[in-house]
Design a protein around this ligand. Sequence first.
Ligand code: SF4
Ligand code: SF4
Length: 211
Amino acid sequence: MGAITGTFKGFGVTFSHMFKKVVTTDYPFKPPVSAPRYHGRHILNRHPDGLEKCIGCELCAWACPADAIYVEGGDNTEEQRFSPGERYASIYQINYARCIFCGLCIEACPTRSLTMSNEYELARDSRQDLIFTKEQLLAPLLPGMEQPPHPMRLGDSEKDYYVGALTNPGTSAGAERSPNGRYAVEEHPGVTFPGAEQAAQRAEAAKGERA
Ligand code: SF4
Ligand code: SF4
């Protein structure tokens, strides 16, 4: 008798789920849109003239509980300037085999150079490919920006940059945009945003699947 009751109870659970909303997503063809403050892939931001916000201070690396960040600082010179002020990051790497996306690094960053996007498609075929380099992490050059090295265009000293960035956080141009997210990539036609390559590959795969 107990076995029969148990069987009906089991079918009851199945039956009740038949009328619930389906939660399955059609990934990768229709990737879910992440929450606005989702912690995804990092971005190293630029100033509006294209200079890098990162000053190579290593505070993000020290704050990281997973030892996922590696930074080597270098000296700017008047001939070779990558950021306002004295220092820049000559090497910057994030190891996504280690990162737990806690966000402590972006809290530690004094210049708001490091932020996190909504991009979550970070799977790779090898551990080596999970180490993202500075070139991969840097925000794209938007219209009006110039590829460093170049002189400071927004003022005579680094203060002009940092005070300006504090009073107008929108000058963090290039950051927090993702083809998966809700940020308007189409605002900047022709600019390749982080994650755009995977989105294009996904679209191609979807076309092949449907052909
Ligand atoms: S999100 Fe957390 S684990 Fe990942 S690099 Fe930043 S501090 Fe390290
Ligand atoms: S990302 Fe920020 S905290 Fe990390 S080295 Fe650059 S300026 Fe310093």
